[in-house]
Design a protein around this ligand. Structure first.
Ligand code: FAD
Ligand code: NAD
Length: 469
């Protein structure tokens, strides 16, 4: 890092944690010549999560939806240092971050004794969230998740292993039936999109490549609440439930999973009379998609800032995305708790806003330095002071909601779109599916990603999906 700005002022150290939607949006929009920028993240790539549910079945290749962090940092106008590690602790008193390497590229823990620290002037926390298991026994040990790139590979391997193992068993063997049952827990968009993709795989590909097995493969979607996809409009929720039913996805609502073991899911089903009964559901592949939980590095930070004492679901922020109770820590995305839903759309806009905020902070810093440099005449001092007042003004963060989109399988999608503050437009079906595809391609981070995703979709349409693991 070059230590000084062109006017001789000392550059501040800006440390960014995470390489997801929030942090990368900040990095891409930031003039990185203004700070000594360091980005710390265990994931050395940006992952385009909206298309992650398409990866386990091979509709889209994992590499098509990732962009290496170093490609992004190389394109920045100033030098950006990338450190592949996980922040294990943030100390607001000494303004330091401790970090170490904790996982390999398949998500397995590594025992690294090499822990080190870095100091910051400004810190941006964009570490996202982990999958919430809410302490449900057995989930961590037996279920797959759908959060990281390697999760999609695990799901695929497990699914294809189950199919090959079932193929060795006689048709009437209950073990065969168990192996061919995939249970997805959580009827939010992650669970619904994955269930839709899995069912497409069965109907469009496995029915051709393993015709004796495909009719017995069952995808079950379990949801604790009476309805799936809570954030969508009621008509779209009903439409989605109807499409899932038509495509043979076994949707069971009012079904809350309480426990999981190696072969069974134990769930409490709410009856019409208000009572509950326990059911046991055997499974071969289990995917857990019940939403977000706070990462340890964040819960640890709650304890160090008195104003965060009541925080549970994420860091509490002021209107400028500054962490309440801190002067130099900012946060964005899923590791925060705001009035907005934890989505990519929100994290992205917060990143754009923070880039502008940091430009302002640098300008203010520079003007203060000019004012302190030497004895200035009154006219120059007044001029600089006026500039300083202007630069210190920044509007609070304002989120613009464009709507929500979700794929529901069978080449159908739902869209709940917002235009300005007052108009909403709901649609579902094939046309929406084409819109969904167009919108997601246009949102991919790089031209390379856009081209690769289109190539993958074309390959799937022409040759079908692959069945090798
Ligand atoms: P993330 O994008 O999760 O990034 C967090 C980053 O922090 C990662 O790079 C991670 O490796 C890193 N990190 C983790 N721990 C540490 C640590 N201790 N120190 C340093 N770095 C750390 N939203 C939508 O709006 N539309 C969609 O269609 C959509 N589809 C989705 C599909 C799936 C399957 C999933 C899982 C989510 C989807 N979302 C979607 C939600 C969206 O992905 C999140 O809201 C968004 O990723 C949040 O951005 P973020 O930057 O806060 O966190
Ligand atoms: P979610 O929080 O939206 O949904 C989780 C679902 O799991 C809920 O409906 C909940 O009732 C259910 N659940 C919780 N515990 C359960 C249990 N024990 N048994 C059965 N069901 C249980 O989670 P998500 O789908 O992972 O989404 C997380 C965030 O990411 C959300 O903000 C979402 O909007 C966003 N996201 C958006 C899209 C999209 O826009 N297409 C796609 C994926 C994720």
């Amino acid at each position: 890092h070059s230590e000084l700005t062109p006017s001789g002022n000392k550059k501040k150290n800006l440390v960014i944690l995470g390489s997801g939607w929030g942090s990368i949006s900040l990095l891409k929009n930031l003039d990185t010549t203004l700070y000594n920028v360091t980005i710390i993240s265990p994931r050395n790539y940006f992952l385009f999560t909206p298309l992650l549910p398409s990866v386990p079945t091979g509709t889209v290749d994992l590499k098509s939806i990732v962009e290496p962090v170093r490609t992004i940092t190389r394109r920045s106008n100033g030098e950006v240092i990338y450190i592949e590690a996980e922040a294990t602790s943030i100390d607001p008193a000494t303004k330091t971050i401790t970090y170490k390497h904790t996982k390999d590229h398949e998500g397995n823990p590594v025992d690294s004794r090499f822990e080190t620290s870095i100091s910051y002037d400004y810190l941006v926390v964009g570490v996202g969230a982990k999958v919430g298991t809410f302490g449900t026994p057995g989930v961590d040990k037996h279920a797959c998740f759908l959060k990281e790139g390697y999760d999609s590979t695990k799901i695929r391997r497990k699914l294809l292993d189950c199919i090959e193992q079932a193929n060795l068993l006689p048709e009437d063997d209950p073990e065969r039936k168990r192996l061919l049952t995939t249970i997805v827990v959580g009827g939010g968009p992650t669970g619904v999109e994955l269930a839709g993709e899995l069912q497409d795989y069965v109907e469009q590909d496995l029915s051709r490549w393993v015709p004796t097995i495909a009719p017995q493969i069952k995808v079950t979607l379990l949801e604790a609440m009476p309805k799936i996809l809570a954030m969508f409009d009621k008509t779209l929720i009903d439409y989605a439930a109807q499409i899932l039913a038509e495509s043979n996805i076994d949707l069971q609502t009012n079904t809350m999973v309480k426990k999981v073991d190696e072969t069974n899911v134990y769930a409490s089903v709410k009856q019409a009379d208000g009572s509950s009964k326990m059911v046991t559901l055997p499974y071969g592949l289990l995917v857990w998609a019940t939403g977000n939980a706070t990462r340890e590095v964040i819960t640890d930070l709650f304890k160090k800032i008195p104003e965060q004492a009541n925080a549970r679901r994420g860091l509490l922020l002021d209107d400028y995305l500054k962490v309440q109770g801190s002067d130099d820590i900012y946060a964005l995305g899923d590791c925060t708790f705001t009035k907005y839903a934890p989505t990519a759309q929100v994290a992205h806009q917060e990143g754009v806003y923070l880039a502008e905020l940091f430009h302002n902070l640098a300008k203010v810093d520079e003007l203060k330095f000019e004012l302190s440099k030497s004895v200035l005449d009154t006219e120059k001092t007044n001029k600089l002071n006026r500039k300083l007042t202007r630069a210190s003004k920044l509007e609070p963060f304002k989120y613009v909601h464009f709507g929500a989109l979700a794929y529901i399988g069978s080449e159908k999608a739902i869209a709940d779109l917002t235009w300005k503050d007052w108009q909403t437009f709901q649609s579902g079906g094939l046309f929406t599916y084409i819109f969904w595809k167009t919108a997601y391609v246009s949102m991919c981070l790089s031209v390379r990603n856009k081209v690769l995703v289109c190539v993958d979709w074309s390959k799937t349409a022409i040759f079908g999906r692959d069945t090798s693991n």
